[in-house]
Design a protein around this ligand. Structure first.
Ligand code: NAP
Length: 251
C-alpha cells in the first residue's frame, strides 16, 4: 500500500516554497521520497534544511513570478540542478485587501499576474515537458475563494476562481497524455497570507467559529493531499479540486 504514495526518484518543483504552505508541501514531498526544487524570491534556507534532513536533494531557483519572464529559466535550472521534473506545485501567491468600491488597478494586476498568469504559463512550460516524457503531476493551489466570493479581495477571488478554471481546462486537454492536473483548496491557514485576518479580533473570531475543526490550518495539514496528488495513488484523478479546510465548505 505505501508504495502507491512513494515519490522516490521523482523531482518536485514548488513555487514559493520558502515559507508558509509551499514549505509544508515541499517538506511532505521530500519525506515521501521526492527531490525538491524551490522557485521564489527569498532564500529558502529553512526549506532546504527540511528537505536535506529528509535525505533528499535540494535545488533553489531565484525567480520573481510577478512576470512570466523567468518561466523558461525556472524549468531549465530545475532540470539542470535536479536532473528531471515530475511534479509541479503552483503555490506562489499574493493577496491584496480593500473594499470592492476602492479596489485599484494595481492591486488587481499584481495579484492576477502572480496567482493566475504566472501559474498558467509555468504549467504550460512544465506541461510541454510532461507531455513529451509521457506523464507528470501538476498541482495548483486554489482556495475557498475558488468556490466562494469572500469579501474585500476581488482580484484574489478572481485569481483563485481562475485557478479552478484552468485546472479543469488543463486536465481536460492533458488527461489523455498521462498528465494529471488537479488542485488543493486550502481553508483558512495560519500563514503570512492571513496575518491581517488573524490580527483583526472580530474577523479572526468569526472565521474560527465557522471552522468545524475548531482551529486554523497549519502548513503541515496540506502534506497528505499533496503527496496523494503527486503520487501514483491519484493516477486516475483529473481536474479535481480537493478542499483541505477543516470542514469550512461542509458547513
Ligand atoms: P505566504 O506565507 O504569504 O507565502 C507566499 C509564497 O508565495 C512565498 O513563498 C512567496 O515567495 C511566494 N511569492 C509571492 N510572490 C511571489 C513572486 N512574485 N514570485 C515568486 N514567489 C512569490 O502565503 P501562503 O499562505 O503560504 O500561500 C501559499 C499559496 O496558498 C498561495 O497561492 C495562497 O493564495 C494559497 N492559499 C493560502 C491560504 C491561507 O489561508 N494561507 C488559503 C488558501 C490558499 P518568497 O518567500 O520567495 O517571497
Amino acid at each position: 500500500m505505501s508504495s502507491m504514495f512513494d515519490l522516490s526518484g521523482k523531482v518536485a518543483l514548488v513555487t514559493g516554497g520558502s515559507r508558509g504552505l509551499g514549505q509544508g508541501i515541499a517538506r511532505a514531498l521530500a519525506e515521501a521520497g521526492a527531490d525538491v526544487v524551490v522557485a521564489g524570491m527569498a532564500r529558502p534556507d529553512e526549506t532546504e534544511a527540511m528537505v536535506r534532513a529528509a535525505g533528499r536533494h535540494f535545488v533553489s531557483v531565484t525567480a520573481d513570478l510577478s512576470t512570466i519572464e523567468p518561466v523558461g529559466r525556472i524549468v531549465d535550472e530545475a532540470i539542470a540542478g535536479a536532473g528531471r521534473l515530475d511534479i509541479l506545485i503552483n503555490n506562489a501567491g499574493i493577496i491584496r485587501r480593500a473594499d470592492a468600491v476602492d479596489f485599484t488597478e494595481k492591486d488587481w494586476d499584481d495579484v492576477i499576474d502572480v496567482n493566475l498568469k504566472s501559474a498558467f504559463f509555468l504549467a504550460q512550460a512544465v506541461g510541454r515537458r510532461f507531455i513529451a516524457q509521457g506523464g507528470g503531476k501538476i498541482i495548483n493551489i486554489a482556495s475557498m475563494l475558488s468556490f466562494q466570493g469572500g469579501i474585500r479581495v476581488p482580484s484574489y477571488a478572481a485569481s483563485k476562481s481562475g485557478i479552478a478554471g484552468i485546472t479543469r481546462l488543463l486536465a481536460s486537454e492533458w488527461a489523455g497524455k498521462g498528465v494529471n492536473v488537479n488542485a488543493i483548496a486550502p481553508g483558512y491557514m495560519a500563514t503570512d497570507n492571513t496575518e491581517q485576518l488573524r490580527a483583526d479580533p472580530q474577523r479572526s473570531r468569526d472565521i474560527l467559529a465557522r471552522i468545524p475543526a475548531g482551529r486554523w490550518g497549519e502548513s503541515a495539514d496540506l502534506g497528505g493531499a499533496a503527496v496523494f496528488l503527486a503520487s501514483a495513488a491519484s493516477d486516475y484523478m483529473h481536474g479535481a479540486i480537493i478542499p483541505v479546510d477543516g470542514g469550512w465548505l461542509a458547513r
